[in-house]
Write a protein that binds this ligand. Structure first.
Ligand code: NDP
Length: 305
């Protein structure tokens, strides 16, 4: 068997189109332009790349983008004061604080200072609780993207056995909640799970969010299963040669050993080009959704959980 490749790049482009259409309607009919504020504290190079990409895509789809770059010496009081201003700003519909924060800042305190209605990352404790209790909430972007691709591929997920490998607050746990909400039978595996290969082999839907390069092999996959690979891992790629400074070039791989898994699975997301592009697309979707909820207007179809 050779799996169908789930093209996250193309899917993300369709999500952005839907967002842009709804944006145009909000502007033309209601004179509202959604706005996303992104707060970056410090100069972590990876975070700077993410924030740049987010800002670019926000503007491309017609939203207002507000970037707040703060020094890594910023005090908690100053950061909380900025969040308070953004909470009160009617032009800002979504607020995202790029994680990780420098060590002297309390991430929980900062995230929970964001107005839950503007918490487009879905990390506020009230959104976490609402998701867990089946109420309308802002949903974390990466699991939301995975859910959209799964619904698109399967139609109904009801009754399917889903295994999520990883139990982080940003991917594993919300993914499990979303699959449960769609009536899957959900197992969450983690570093202490016994016979993890066997657990994975029972999955009709296998979501890997571990952060370990190519850990999940083809013989862990049930024939015909749908495999969603959230992992982003950089590994040496000597076949690509050396950089100018003599170091070995690298490439991105997922948590799933793609070549062997694709021989067994029914469908699989590649890395790169699978879940990754969906994350920013879902951030834009969440911002439009937040804007619509604030103004009591209809939300875009198919872009929420
Ligand atoms: P975390 O490190 O927060 O969580 C990893 C989870 O994997 C933990 O629950 C851990 O278990 C579990 N785990 C670690 N080792 C094993 C093992 N040997 N067997 C079984 N389970 C194990 O990672 P994140 O959830 O933040 O991210 C996971 C991956 O997804 C990373 O590669 C990250 O880069 C990627 N990612 C991709 C995104 C995208 O946009 N595509 C967005 C966010 C993340 P335990 O709890 O027991 O320690």
């Amino acid at each position: 068997m050779t799996a169908q490749i789930i093209d996250g790049k193309a899917f993300a482009a369709r999500v952005r189109e839907k967002v842009a259409l709804h944006m145009a309607w909000l502007k033309e009919v209601h004179g509202i332009t959604p706005g996303l504020a992104v707060v970056l504290v410090g100069e972590d190079p990876a975070s700077e790349v993410y924030v740049r990409n987010k800002g670019k895509q926000t503007v491309e789809c017609g939203m207002n983008s507000y970037e707040h770059k703060l020094s890594d010496q910023t005090s908690e009081a100053d950061l909380l004061a900025l969040i308070e201003r953004l909470n009160a700003d009617p032009d800002v519909h979504g607020i995202l604080v790029q994680l990780p924060l420098p060590g002297h800042l309390d991430e929980g305190l900062v995230i929970n200072a964001i107005d839950p209605a503007k918490d487009v990352d879905g990390f506020h404790i009230s959104n976490v609780g609402r998701l867990a209790t089946g109420q309308k909430s802002m949903v974390p972007c990466t699991p939301l993207g995975c859910l959209m691709m799964l619904r698109d591929h399967h139609g109904s997920l009801s009754g399917l056995n889903a295994v999520v490998v990883g139990r982080s607050n940003i991917v594993g746990k919300p993914m499990a909640q979303l699959l449960l909400r769609d009536s899957c039978t959900v197992t969450v595996a983690h570093s202490r799970t016994k016979d993890i290969e066997e657990v994975c082999r029972r999955a009709d839907i296998l979501v890997a969010a571990v952060g370990r390069a190519q850990m999940i092999k083809g013989d862990w996959v049930k024939p015909g299963a749908t495999v969603i690979d959230v992992g982003i891992n950089r590994v040496d790629a000597p076949e690509k040669g050396l950089r100018d400074d003599g170091s070995v070039k690298t490439r991105l791989v997922g948590d799933v050993e793609f070549d062997s898994a694709a021989q067994v699975a029914g469908a699989i997301t590649p890395v790169p080009g699978g879940v990754g592009p969906m994350t920013i697309a879902c951030l834009l979707a969440n911002t439009v959704t937040a804007c619509c909820r604030t103004h009591g207007l209809p939300e875009p179809d198919g872009l929420t959980a």
